[in-house]
Design a protein around this ligand. Structure first.
Ligand SMILES: [Zn+2]
Length: 117
């Protein structure tokens, strides 16, 4: 039992312990999934939101809200393009959506350029 658990994000107590899939703080009662505490430098709270603040999930259909240039492609992705069955990833440079777009194939998009359909 020498695991180094992260301190409580609410009160910074170091007396946190694991309970199932959650970490628990005995001092303020805060419970949180460990992934959230570890990815403090990533997306806020581990939640990926679209351009208007909807929480996105794997399998969602989204609409691209602005035209995107695609390397090696003459037209790029037009605003209004529907993207089905997205997969949320920890991508590079803020590209947190993995998807396939008709005519383009597998792509990674930023959640800031899509809206949940
Ligand atoms: Zn606490």
């Amino acid at each position: 039992m020498t695991e180094n658990l992260p301190p409580c994000p609410e009160c910074s107590s170091v007396h946190t312990y694991e309970m199932g899939a959650l970490l628990v703080c005995p001092e303020c009662g805060h419970e949180w999934p460990p992934a959230t505490a570890e990815s403090a430098d990533g997306a806020e709270g581990g939640v990926i939101r679209d351009a208007v603040g909807n929480v996105l999930a794997d399998g969602d259909t989204v609409t691209v809200i602005k035209s995107l240039k695609v390397k090696g492609h003459p037209t790029g992705i037009k605003a209004g393009t529907k993207v089905r069955n997205i997969r949320l990833v920890e991508g590079v440079a803020g590209h947190d959506i993995d998807c396939k777009i008709d005519g383009f194939g597998a792509m990674q998009l930023k959640s800031s350029v899509v809206k949940k359909a």
